[in-house]
Design a protein around this ligand. Structure first.
Ligand SMILES: Cc1cc2nc3c(=O)[nH]c(=O)nc-3n(C[C@H](O)[C@H](O)[C@H](O)COP(=O)(O)O)c2cc1C
Length: 186
């Protein structure tokens, strides 16, 4: 898939087929995440692939049925391995860049993802997956093939608020030239 096609095709997928993700595709997607840039090249992230149905039920709000995904990827980060400038904590930036590599690679493989920030309890996930104390769970994504036409999972008000719509601001209200708020167009 051509790069800009991947960018356009990516979307949050909230309903999956039960089909398994081929191991080679999973490894390519994780390899894309591995190659991400990071603060002082510290690579503060780690990933846990969760395909045990019992574990899936205990890490995602709504349990295994929430998205019906055959697999989840849990993104962890070690804040002590990254840095901070002016109160900006770069472990979140590092982890997010790596996760976006993963997400775009998944799209190129024909796989769906959905960044989950609110639909898990960090302490429960850490306990279920034996994640060391110092690490943070930054995000979780389901990984699998989209169940097209079935409609997404909208379980509660929080999810409804978070996942409200796919529209984007116009370019001229987010990109400027020579000063914030100044027109981009010459
Ligand atoms: C930091 C972050 C947290 C998110 N948390 C959730 C979530 O908990 N549940 C969910 O269904 N979608 C979540 N999303 C997905 C967004 O709702 C989605 O990206 C946005 O509505 C745009 O839609 P699109 O991804 O299909 O383009 C999250 C996205 C980001 C970047």
């Amino acid at each position: 898939m051509e790069f800009y096609e991947v960018i356009r095709d990516r979307k949050s997928v909230r309903r999956y087929l039960p089909d398994k993700v081929p191991e080679e595709a999973l490894l390519r997607v994780l390899e894309a995440a591995r190659l991400a840039p990071s603060w002082c090249n510290k690579q503060c992230w780690s990933y846990i692939v969760v395909d045990d149905p019992g574990l899936i039920s205990s890490i995602v709000a709504g349990g295994a049925k929430a998205f019906n995904a055959p697999m989840y990827i849990v993104l962890c980060a070690d804040p002590s391995l990254s840095g901070s400038i002016g109160g900006k904590e770069y472990y979140l930036v590092d982890a997010a860049i790596s996760m976006e590599h993963l997400v775009l690679a998944a799209t190129a493989e024909g796989l769906g993802t959905c960044w989950l920030g609110a639909m898990f309890n960090e302490e429960s996930v850490k306990k279920a997956l034996s994640i060391p104390d110092g690490l943070r769970v930054v995000a979780i994504t389901p990984l699998g093939y989209e169940a097209k036409g079935i409609g997404g999972f909208i379980g509660n008000n929080i999810v409804r608020a978070i996942s409200s719509g796919r529209s984007r601001k116009p370019l001229n209200s987010m990109a400027y030239r020579n000063g914030h708020g100044r027109p981009l167009n010459k």
